[in-house]
Design a binder for this molecule. Structure first.
Ligand code: FES
Ligand code: FE2
Length: 396
């Protein structure tokens, strides 16, 4: 992000600080907890949010060169995303056309072909079937030209890669999806960053709970008292919304010193943690250390389970062993804080909600992005899940 934009956001953050406040939502929200346990609601979420709208598969730098691919589970859809021969990103169902075997795992350069592990059918990176070894005359009626991989819509824009959930889904307009945040997202130039680490975990918590972790700084002084709170303040936090998503800026402990300096010296690095809420399931966090984290939260088999993947990126490849080991320690530290402090709480919350004795949660005006998230979810799902007069509307 260019300096002028950093100064603009920091000015708004410092205004909040001067006023001894933080971004407030208009009202407290009484949230029905049915959304974390109700299987009908869960089915609606999976269908509406994960089967009917494009999902973020990664950053542009996940596929730096032609032939690079990424095999991911987007929700429950196994997808290969690949930078094709003409440099554009394409997406295919990760399923061989012969008998449906998985074609690719993980990520890497495809050496220009995908070879099925089962009977070795070969496809090029544009999804065309190139060969069926040891099968001369065996597949009459199978026309290679029309038996390529099943393609899904894909788009790259503003540094992000998105994939549509069905072949019939229409073209994807990334700036439109980002609803006014496109230019800002593009300013980070994620096409030139580099991946430095990747993690995945499953949790006994509804898929929205890990996302919620990243919507407010309020909890930092308490839950992260011995870890993050040494670096980041609970308040103020600037929260601004664009469509169903938005961005937030958390105050670093040293930021007040910055406020006394000339704005020409103001910078996020070391002073503010920028976070993007990419509706409905992705968080892009840019901590003060200068790296980026992509957190993707997916529903599990049931309302009470989820899967979370995390990728860590740097603007440049670390050049020395010392740097590399610094970033490895940073990744371990981040994962240990988030998993043992944040996600442990989410599992405890899920357990309490599943008791059936905890009908509502209270989202404060100082948790505006949490409220905005649930308002956006309700809108997308066509339901109201606010507790009205002590009774959850969704359950009536
Ligand atoms: S399933 Fe892929 S070649 Fe048989
Ligand atoms: Fe946290």
């Amino acid at each position: 992000m260019d300096h002028a934009d950093q100064v603009k956001l920091l000015s708004r953050l410092f205004e909040l600080r001067d006023a001894k406040t933080t971004t407030f939502a208009p009202a407290t929200r009484w949230q029905s907890t049915s959304i974390y346990v109700d299987s009908e609601h869960f089915d609606n979420e999976v269908r509406t949010l994960f089967r009917e709208r494009p999902l973020i598969a990664g950053l542009s730098c996940d596929l730096p060169r032609t032939g690079d691919y990424l095999a991911v589970e987007l929700g429950s859809i196994p997808v290969i995303v690949v930078r094709s021969e003409n440099g554009q990103v394409r997406a295919f169902l990760n399923a061989c056309r012969h008998r449906g075997s998985r074609l690719a795992e993980g990520r890497g350069p495809a050496n220009r072909v995908f070879r099925c592990p089962y009977h070795a059918w070969v496809y090029d990176i544009d999804g065309r079937l190139l060969g069926q070894p040891v099968a001369r005359g065996a597949f009459d009626g199978v026309d290679r030209d029309s038996t390529g991989l099943i393609e899904l819509p894909a788009a790259e824009g503003c540094g992000l890669i998105l994939v549509g959930p069905t072949p019939e889904a229409g073209p994807i307009d990334v700036p439109d999806i980002l609803a006014g945040m496109g230019e800002e997202m593009a300013s980070h130039e994620f096409d030139s960053w580099t991946l430095i680490g990747e993690r995945e975990g499953t949790w006994q918590a509804n898929w929205k709970l890990p996302y919620e972790t990243f919507t407010e700084a309020y909890h930092i002084f308490a839950l992260h008292r011995d870890t993050l709170a040494k670096e980041v303040l609970s308040t103020p936090m600037l929260s601004e919304f664009f469509g169903p998503g938005g961005h937030g800026l958390l105050t670093g402990r040293e930021a007040p010193k910055l406020q006394e300096k000339d704005p020409g010296e103001w910078t996020f690095k070391g002073h503010a943690n920028l976070v993007y809420w990419l509706f409905p399931n992705v968080i892009l966090s840019m901590p003060m250390t200068g790296h980026a984290e992509l957190w993707q939260c997916y529903p599990g088999e049931s309302p009470g389970q989820c899967r979370v993947t995390t990728r860590f990126y740097l603007p440049q490849e670390p050049s020395t062993d010392k740097e590399r080991s610094f970033w490895e320690r940073m990744i371990d530290f981040t994962m240990s804080v988030v998993e043992s402090e944040d996600f442990a709480q989410q599992e405890a919350i899920q357990h309490n909600v599943e008791s059936g004795l905890y009908p509502e949660r209270i989202f404060g005006r100082n948790e505006p992005a949490l409220i905005h998230y649930h308002e956006s979810l309700d809108r997308a799902l066509g339901v109201s899940t606010v507790v009205d007069d002590g009774k959850a509307a969704y359950l009536t």
